[in-house]
Design a protein around this ligand. Structure first.
Ligand SMILES: [Zn+2]
Length: 345
């Protein structure tokens, strides 16, 4: 059942991306002057970079043709707007932001976020932890606020776009949650919606994964283990693999049926010059010297035509050019080598 729903939801996307899933952006949160949340020993910016690079490696190995783009591959500070722009400019079809969490000491496990456009405005006013990067850019909070206030149309367009991608994002987020929990056996804190600016600014299905709590001593210990980091990366990788396979398979099916229906519905035009009950020999002398005449049979009548073309205007030119020989020549419509009624102009 889940699969059917996913395919149904993916179908709208496939039209927009006729080549299947080709480009993914991996976004390691924070970086440079913005360390993110800090545990006793681990810093979020370092941990999420390691997991992101590991995930990228798995993707590149499995899909050499997949375009894997990183917003950062080292300890660099990248503004939120720029992260989204990297994805938008490259026409990515999936945006995955990787973060680590902080909260009450007993909190642990993984949660995956999808943007809620309604909450973005609130987020810009009330800074949350993940958007604290905003504060690290001088006056940047005002920049985002001013930017959105000065561009209400952009906000509305973006909100509509995110709304359009919401279902795909949620489905993918559910894949990711399930897959990470299966792989790591960590607590499932489920898929949630929030007003993350970075997700709001992208123009494709986008998710933000909180891979675990650095504020939980036991979880921080697990997260510092390279084997566990690899398991996390594998969990996310498996979800992408399932999503990509569904996406590509559906794309192939749709492309095939689209081609077939185009082919069957393709009407051509031609100039009919003669008809006969008796089959005529296809020689130019039988057609006043005209070459390339073709013949079709409908019941017991043979029709002779030439100048077949998809463009009716072109066929009209042909008709005019042979009027001296065939003044009664007229245009007919053909579909799969059969005469059909002439569509109205
Ligand atoms: Zn973070």
């Amino acid at each position: 059942m889940i699969k059917i729903i996913i395919i149904f939801c993916l179908s709208t996307l496939v039209w927009a991306y006729p080549q299947g899933l080709k480009t993914i952006v991996l976004d390691a949160g924070h970086g440079g002057k913005d360390p993110g949340t800090q545990g006793k020993t681990l810093r979020e910016k370092d941990l999420v970079l390691d997991v992101t690079l590991e995930l990228g490696k798995l993707l590149e190995k499995k899909y050499p043709k997949l375009n894997v783009i990183y917003t950062r591959k080292d300890d660099t500070f990248i503004p939120l707007i720029e992260r989204a722009q990297i994805a938008n400019k490259n026409k990515a079809q999936l945006f995955i932001s990787i973060h680590a969490n902080a909260g009450k000491p007993e909190y642990q496990g993984v949660e995956t976020y999808v943007v809620s456009a309604d909450r973005v405005k609130t987020t810009i006013d009330v800074a949350t932890r993940e958007n604290s990067a905003i504060y690290l850019e001088e006056n940047a909070q005002d920049d985002y606020k001013a930017f959105i206030q000065a561009n209400p149309e952009f906000y509305l367009e973006q909100a509509l776009l995110q709304k359009a991608f919401e279902q795909q994002s949620i489905e993918f987020a559910q894949y990711v949650q399930k897959s990470i929990v299966e792989k790591t056996k960590t607590s499932n804190r489920s898929v949630k919606q929030a007003g993350f600016v970075v997700l709001f600014l992208t123009q494709m299905p986008s998710i933000l994964i909180e891979i675990g709590f650095l504020s939980n001593t036991a979880e921080e210990k697990r997260l510092s283990d390279v084997t566990y980091q690899k398991e996390l990366a594998e969990g996310i990788f498996n979800a992408i693999k399932t999503y990509k396979e569904d996406f590509d398979l559906l794309h192939q099916t749709i492309e095939k049926s689209q081609n077939e229906s185009n082919k069957s519905k393709r009407i051509t035009y031609a100039v009919q010059i003669a008809s006969s009950k008796k089959e005529m020999d296809m020689q130019a002398y039988n057609f006043k010297g005209l070459k390339q005449v073709k013949r079709i049979q409908t019941q017991d009548v043979y029709f002779y035509y030439l100048g077949e073309h998809f463009d009716r205007e072109e066929v009209e030119k042909t008709r005019l050019s042979i009027l001296d020989k065939y003044p009664d020549a007229f245009i007919i419509a053909l579909e799969q080598e059969k005469k059909v009624s002439l569509p109205k102009k």
